[in-house]
Write a protein that binds this ligand. Structure first.
Ligand code: SF4
Ligand code: SF4
Length: 155
């Protein structure tokens, strides 16, 4: 799990994602959808809650030894990505719905690597409505999480 996480973070950073910066000014998402699909191709192993799993084909999911559920992926590309689009869009997991926004210790961040980020309008969500950053990495050892934050989150 830890090694998989480290490899996924390295890949994401190489591809320009997980560059989290504070959302201090007007920001919105204008998603490029199938023209991009970078988040699903690079961060494509989202955590799935048991309630969310009920609406996703079981063969698209995997459970780790602690019972946490994730979508299946290959090289961090989500198996539910079809022709550049999410094949379960209305039922996609919370982390997918909230991307590129992040809640780091109660403060709102966004992934500056998302090419759909614009600064012409203010459509920022409230940080408290976004899943805490740590929840993307369930059961990751604390020191690994600390390193991930150090590498990915700009102060
Ligand atoms: S990386 Fe950003 S622009 Fe690209 S598909 Fe994901 S949310 Fe949309
Ligand atoms: S579930 Fe859908 S939105 Fe989430 S990573 Fe997979 S293809 Fe992308």
């Amino acid at each position: 799990m830890t090694w998989t996480l480290i490899k996924a973070v390295i890949k994401a950073r190489r591809e320009g994602l997980l560059h989290l910066v504070p959302a201090n000014e007007a920001t919105r998402l204008d998603c490029l959808k199938a023209e991009c699909a970078k988040c699903c191709r690079v961060l494509g192993t989202p955590v799935v809650t048991p309630a969310e799993a009920e609406n996703i084909a079981p063969e698209a999911l995997r459970k780790d030894k602690h019972g946490r559920i994730f979508t299946r992926s290959k090289n961090s590309v989500c198996c539910l990505l079809k022709d550049g689009l999410c094949s379960i869009y209305p039922d996609r997991p919370r982390g997918c719905r909230e991307y590129p926004w992040y809640n780091v210790a109660g403060r709102l961040y966004f992934d500056a690597g998302c090419p759909g980020i614009k600064h012409d309008l203010d459509e920022r969500p409230a940080a408290g409505d976004i899943m805490p950053f740590e929840d993307f990495f369930p059961l990751a050892p604390r020191f690994i999480l600390w390193i991930v934050k150090k590498v990915c989150v700009k102060k």
